[in-house]
Design a protein around this ligand. Structure first.
Ligand SMILES: [Zn+2]
Length: 269
């Protein structure tokens, strides 16, 4: 172990040039990442990694990138600690669900900008997103099309604060739709469309719903018999709010409960 070695200093200019080449269309949605990079590498510089890869201080850019990749894949403690913080914040904000689909648990780390194409961002925190293995697999190395991002960046996008998933329950069958809410920009709507399509979110929500809606139906019909329809609606609305707080408004469970609420309100008319 070479604990006295300092980390490789990444040249900001090299990163800027590499970003410029890869984003010839000048993508605003990634400017934050470029701005953040200085902060990240300043932080790295102060940390004593004691890892052999940092011995080549005069290394060429490829070496630096290789060093970053090694830092990520070798599960260096600081990287692991930061990843744990990302998981923790994901648990606190959306109950550990995958931010891309809202369907299942986030059990892996996705590189928003694919590692294969942007190895220099392999340990950049704003590029690391806890997500589910299904979304990660479907996302692959896709990230942009016709100058527009294909996926919602869960850390800095305004889209996440809105409800993009709507569920309609008819005869205790659930169908899911996109609800743009107050998203008016065509570019943002396009990103929502592409994400829902590429990650097959509507079908996956439907599949995930089938067993659960049966369970809800039995529970709710029982409640209606016991406490009446209007008190049951009150219970369902409370439950919907709880699920929203727990898993975010874009999780399928929240959408389903909102759908059930609308369904029950319909019965009172
Ligand atoms: Zn997912």
């Amino acid at each position: 172990m070479l604990s006295s070695q300092k980390p490789v200093a990444i040249s900001i200019d090299i990163l800027r040039t590499s970003i410029k080449q890869k984003y010839s269309a000048n993508k605003i949605f990634l400017l934050n990442m470029i701005a953040d990079i200085e902060q990240l590498y300043n932080k790295l510089d102060r940390i004593n990694f004691g890892v052999e890869i940092f011995t080549h201080r005069e290394g060429i850019p490829t070496d630096e990138v290789r060093a970053l990749l090694h830092l990520y894949s070798s599960k260096t403690m600081i990287v692991e600690e930061n990843i744990e913080l990302l998981y923790k914040s994901n648990r606190e904000s959306i109950g550990g669900k995958c931010p891309y689909c809202g369907i299942v648990e986030a059990l892996t780390i996705d590189h928003y900008l694919p590692q294969e194409l942007f190895p220099e961002y392999c340990i950049h925190l704003s590029n690391l997103i806890p997500c589910c293995t299904v979304c990660q697999g479907k996302k692959g190395i896709k990230y942009i099309e016709n100058g527009l991002p294909l996926f919602i960046h869960s850390y800095n996008s305004i889209i996440t604060s809105n409800t993009i998933l709507e569920c309609r329950v008819i005869d205790w069958k659930a169908s899911y739709y996109i609800n743009y809410g107050n998203i008016t920009s065509a570019a943002n709507r396009n990103t929502i469309d592409r994400q829902v399509h590429l990650l097959d979110i509507i079908n996956r929500c439907k599949l995930a719903s089938i067993d659960r809606i049966d369970e809800y139906r039995r529970n709710i019909e029982d409640r209606i018999k016991k406490i009446g329809l209007s008190d049951t609606i009150g219970f369902v609305d409370k439950e919907a709010k709880y699920l929203e707080r727990q898993y975010g408004s874009n999780s399928w469970t929240s959408a389903l409960m909102r759908g059930i609420s609308v369904h029950l309100h319909g019965r009172t008319q």
